[in-house]
Each structure stands twice: as structure tokens, then as C-alpha cells.
Design a binder for this molecule. Sequence first.
Ligand code: ADP
Length: 548
Amino acid sequence: MPPSDYSKLSRIELIERLKSLESRESAIPPSDVRQRLAGTELFDSEERLRAILDTAVEGIITIDERGTVESMNRAAEKLFGYDAPEVMGRNVSMLMPSPYREAHDGYLERYIQTGHARIIGIGREVVGLRKDGSQFPMELSVSEVRLAKRRLFTGFVRDITERKEAEKRLSYYAAIVESTEDAIVGKSLDGIINSWNRGAEALFGYAREEALGQPISMIIPEDRLGEEQAILTTIRQGLPIERFETIRRRKDGVLINVSVTISPIRSPDGKIIGASKVARNITDRKRAEARLASLAQTLAEKNRELETIVYIASHDLRSPLVNIQGFSRELSHACEGLRMRLSTEAPSDADRAEAQRLLRDDIPEALEYIQAGVTKIDSLLSGFLRYSRLGRVALKVEAIDMNELLTGIINAMEFQVKRDAVNLNVEPLPPSEGDATLISQVFANLLENAIKYRSPDRPCRIVVSGTANADATVYSVSDNGIGIAQEHQAKVFEIFHRLNPNHSEGDGLGLTITQRIMERHGGRIWIESAAGKGSTFFVSLPRAAQAQ
Ligand code: ADP
């Protein structure tokens, strides 16, 4: 073996060679002896020992039983910053900082007396002291070389500053990984989980021990398993996947929205060996987004409703206004006529008769139209007011006994029921929750309409019934009246809209208000009806009232 290759010797081989050389009791001989020995086998061994020691990468220091340094190789010189002659013959403890320095002789002595090893044959991390006073972490392992008359100890020293720094960096990163709220999961290329931080425990509900070694598919819903194949294919190509939004399943089965960033993990030689995935719970954000989208929809609907109201207001308020304007003009004409005819000292008979006519016919007629117009405007404005107030009053939500509520309404309607010979049947109704006054108003409206829009061809029959399902109670008011054609069914909820204004008294506001009340309770109203046969109005109220 050429000398340059000695560095490749294993530590055991090195010790073996040291033993075989040292067993000849040859400490490094003085130069005259070396000259004498030149060319002999012993000299070769001697040279070889030096070569071995000096080419070794590790620091090698040999001490005797008292701790005196007998030899120190080049690597050790470099490590400690001394030249070997400065150390040789002195106690090895000079290479250690306090308190190891003071304790060292004691350790050595105890070992020699008791054979109880603290370091020999074991190896441990200790601190070395350089000539310049600086300290460094080192790994020290000591081998004992027993010779015929004495024992030597060979210490192998390695500077582990870099390793320690790397360990520190690693534990720093590990602390970051552990303390982050994001779930950080490592997996192999075949999808087996090999790391699982505290964030992952919190997000997915599995403890680290439960997750390690398991397939990542355990947190993927069945219908998304295909995703994982696509992810692994991308990772195998060395490409990251950034902020991928998907759904994962927690241990308790709950599905959560997550945003995931997945990056390939490479071995030191650059081979892709797995993937790290950082997942963040975005369920709340998704929920907020969804809430916003519905809010936006409601806003758009409200906007449309407002436009309708403005249109109706301008349209419906206009006709009584036009009447008022026109008949005021008529009135002033009539007054002018009166003034002309009665201003002369002796009005003629014709003038008097005309004045009489104006007073009897034209003036009262004009006043009547003006008053009707004012009444109409008043009723429209108070309708608007009633409607707009509904959006502002706070709901007083309470449990409602619907049978009791209906009995109250029907008692108040007794006169109409009797007058129109209505056959009214209220079935047992499930209870509900809501603002009792407003819910009363809903049923009063529906019952009044059912009577008002009864058919002239048959006795009026009304049935009120109700059912409760998992999340809502649904009530219905059914009549056998004139019915509403399909194409008009949506119109009846529009403000002031009446299908047949001359049919009966009404302001076309009842169903608009009813719909608004249902909306405020988080419920809804809808119709099933056939023209000429009858109508059923359904109202549904959520079980736990989500009043808005
Ligand atoms: P109003 O009864 O004052 O006209 P509503 O808003 O209560 O106002 O009703 C709007 C319109 O819907 C009514 O004018 C009528 O044309 C129609 N309608 C309401 N209820 C019924 C019913 N039960 N059967 C037939 N048509 C109805």
C-alpha cells in the first residue's frame, strides 16, 4: 500500500498497525538510531507509522498512563494550533478547557485502577482548547494499546464544529416546523407519510404516531384520490405545486378546505425521494367567500326590488297626481266661471243657472277626484312605509304554538268566515320559532286572500296544514278559489301588484309584505296554483330560526 493511501485505513486497521509497531517497544527513535536502522524492516515500519499518522484525516494523539503526550499527528497539530514538540512531554489536559482539564487526571487514574471506562472504547463529544484559547466541539474516541510493560492510549479527535452547526440549524428548522400552525407533512414517492408536524396533528386530527407509515390517501376523500396520482406524477418530474386548493378529510370525517403547496424532496445527490407538503386550513375563508357571494346575490336582488319600487312609485303615484292636477285646473275654471257670472250687480237668470250648475256638479266632482287622488297617494305612501318599516324592526324570535296562533287569527276573522260561509279546516300544526306578531300577519294575509279570491261557482273551502322536516317546518294554506295562472304567479309578490284591480278591495301589498316577513325569518314562501281550480300558498320556517 503506498503511503498516500494510509488515510483510507479504517480506524480498527490503524489501531492494529499501531499495536504491531508499538509492541516492538519502539517509541520514535532518535535520528542516529534511525540512520542506523535505515533500510531495515524496523525502519520501514517506523516510517510507515509516521506516514500513517500524518496522512490520517483525524487528529491522533497518543498519551501514556500518566496522561503525558507521546505523539501528535499533523491533523491534531492543525486542530489544536500547536506544533507537536510544544505538546509532546506535557499533560494532555492542556488541550482541554476547564473543568475537563482539572478532572482529566482523575478520570485516567480511576480507569487504570478500576477499569471503569468513561471514554475508552466508547467515544463521546467533548470540548477541545486551541493554543489561541478558542474552544471547539470535538468527537473523541480513545483506544487502549497494551504493550508488554506499559499501556498507551490513542485518542482520535475530529472537529465537529460544522456538524454541530448543522445540528443546530436542523433543530432550529425543526422548531420552526413544529411551532408553525401550518400542517407540514413529508411523504415518500409512493405516498407513505414519513413526517407529520404538530400543525398536521391539529389540522387533520391524527397524532404523529397514527400518521407515520400510513398512506397519505387516509386524508383524501374518495372522489379526490385521482388528485394524488397527478400530484405524485408532477413531483416525480421535480416540479412544485403551489397553493393548490382542495378538500381533505379529518380523522373525525369532517371535510375541510385546504390550500396546499407541495415541493419535491431531493437526496444530497439530487435524486427526488419524496415530497413535502404544507397545508393551510382555508375553510373559514371559503365560508366567508360563499357568504359574500350570497350576500352579493341578495344585494343584487334587493337592487332589483328597489328599482321595481322606484318604478312603481313613479308610475302609481303619477296617475293620482295627474288627476289632482287636472281636477285642480277644473276647479279653478269653475271658480273663474262663478266669479264671472256672479260679479255683475244683477246676474241674468242664465248666469245664475250656470253658477248653480258649477256649484252643484263641477266643483264637487273636481273636489271628489282631488280627494280620491290624495287618498290614493296617502295609501301608497303608507304602504311603502309599512313595507320599509318591516326591514328595520328587530325580530322578537320565540317559540310559537302554531295551533294557538291560528285559533287567534280565525277568531278575529269570524265575521268574514260566517258572512261568506267559509268551510275552514285547520289541521294540527307543528310548533315553530319566529316573531309571533309578524307570523300572525302572514297567516292573516293568506287566509284573507283565500276568502277574498274565492270562486263564485262553489262554496269556499280552506285547509291549513303543516309538517316538520329535519331543518324546516312547512305550512300550507290551500283554497278552492279562482286560482292564479302560472305566468302570473311570480307577479303577485311584487309591491302593489294586483292581478285584477277591480275584483275586490286591496292595495296589492299583502303578499309583498308576507314574502318580506318570511325572508326576515330566513324562510320562504311559494305558490302552487291552477287558474280556475284553487291555490296553495306554502311558507317554510327554518327549525332554528336564522332571522336576518
Ligand atoms: P291584494 O290582495 O291587496 O291585492 P296581495 O299582495 O295580497 O294584495 O295579492 C296580490 C294579488 O295576488 C291579488 O290582487 C290577487 O290577484 C292575487 N292573489 C292573492 N291571493 C290569491 C288567492 N288565494 N287566490 C287567487 N289569487 C290570489
